[in-house]
Design a protein around this ligand. Structure first.
Ligand code: UDP
Ligand code: MG
Length: 311
């Protein structure tokens, strides 16, 4: 089996050489063990870095035949860099991993063994996050919970450390949307999948390239490209206001006609205010429902992926 290891890198000059050494030695060992083919390769994807990342990748690719490089024209973000790597790299299966090697590279062996047993997607899942700061841990786990509540199906505590078979990668190409949230798309592909667990360690050098702002952007992207829950919420609010108005109507009419304590013009001012407000929000919600449908159409996701045909 030819393996490709895809590593997105953004301003990673501090970790690149070490990462290349570790991954290179590991891949060579796997080739010697006969676990993977000698044509296997590590692909570093430079996501428009502003430092010496690409120069380093070029040098590494010259000095080590196991290393290749892909350079993006500018910074497009982690998800897009990853995608560029997954669509460009060759191999019967590809494993994606971050450049900082916070994810245990040893479990790649379990991933490959699972793949050999016919599993198409192997998810790497973090067991604990002791090494992360309290803030990173809370925000990251909050992230998975929040997108779950908003209707995005994803594997809890799985970042983008995973193995995908050639077949799964071809299916991934059928998803033509521009706002791609890989952790949500991959479960949609289906096929046989499995999970391997590992402990996450600290970055050995450099700083996180995922500040809170980028995490929030990712969460927003995940939610808006996977669910119409926010739109549906508008419909719900509109309907609630409308229902509330019906109650208010009774109350207003009662004050106006029964108690007769109302100021002239009060009922005719207050009622339309609530009524129109409710109807307006409700209508926006209805438009939102259609917008959601159009949005799903525009993305032109595949409606099904065939796993096998017999007979
Ligand atoms: N990354 C990227 N483009 C970006 C930001 C990050 O390719 O715009 C890469 C980065 O080089 C690393 C991976 O995405 O290989 C994950 O980033 P990081 O380790 O900083 O995230 P964290 O582990 O802190 O969540
Ligand atoms: Mg990291």
């Amino acid at each position: 089996m030819i393996l490709g290891i895809v590593v997105p890198c953004y301003n990673e000059e501090a970790v690149l050489t070490e990462a290349a050494n570790r991954l290179g030695a590991f891949l060579r060992a796997m080739i010697t063990e006969g676990l993977v083919d000698a044509a296997s390769k590590i692909w570093f994807v430079d996501d428009g870095s502003k430092d010496r990342t690409w120069e380093l990748i070029e040098q590494l690719s010259v000095s080590n035949t196991l290393i290749g490089g892909i350079k993006l024209s500018r910074n497009r973000g982690h998800q897009n860099a990853l995608l560029a790597g997954l669509f460009t790299a060759e191999g019967d299966a590809l494993i994606s991993i971050d450049a900082d090697l916070q994810d245990d590279i040893q479990v790649m062996k379990s991933m490959i063994l699972d793949h050999a047993r016919g599993v198409d997607v192997v998810y790497g899942v973090r067991k604990k996050r002791d090494s992360d700061t309290w803030f990173k841990r809370v925000t990251a786990e909050g992230f998975y919970k929040f997108i779950g509540v908003m209707g995005v199906e994803s594997v809890f505590n799985h970042a983008d450390y995973r193995l995908m078979s050639r077949r799964a990668l071809e299916a991934l190409k059928e998803f033509r949307e521009v706002n791609l949230f890989l952790r949500g798309i991959v479960p949609l592909i289906g096929f046989k999948s499995s999970i391997v667990y590992y402990d996450r360690v600290e970055r050995f050098a450099g700083e996180s390239k995922y500040p809170l702002s980028k995490m929030l952007a990712l969460a927003l992207d995940a939610i808006t490209s996977f669910s119409s829950v926010p739109l549906r919420m508008i419909t719900f609010i509109g309907f609630s206001v409308f229902a509330f108005t019906l109650v208010i109507t009774g109350w207003t009419l009662w004050i106006r006609f029964v108690t007769n304590t109302s100021v002239p013009g009060w009922a005719s001012t207050v009622l339309p205010m609530y009524l129109l407000g409710g109807i307006q929000i409700f209508c926006i919600g209805v438009i939102g429902e259609y917008l959601g449908k159009i949005y799903r159409e525009v993305k032109s996701r595949p409606r099904y992926i065939i796993e096998r045909i017999v007979g």
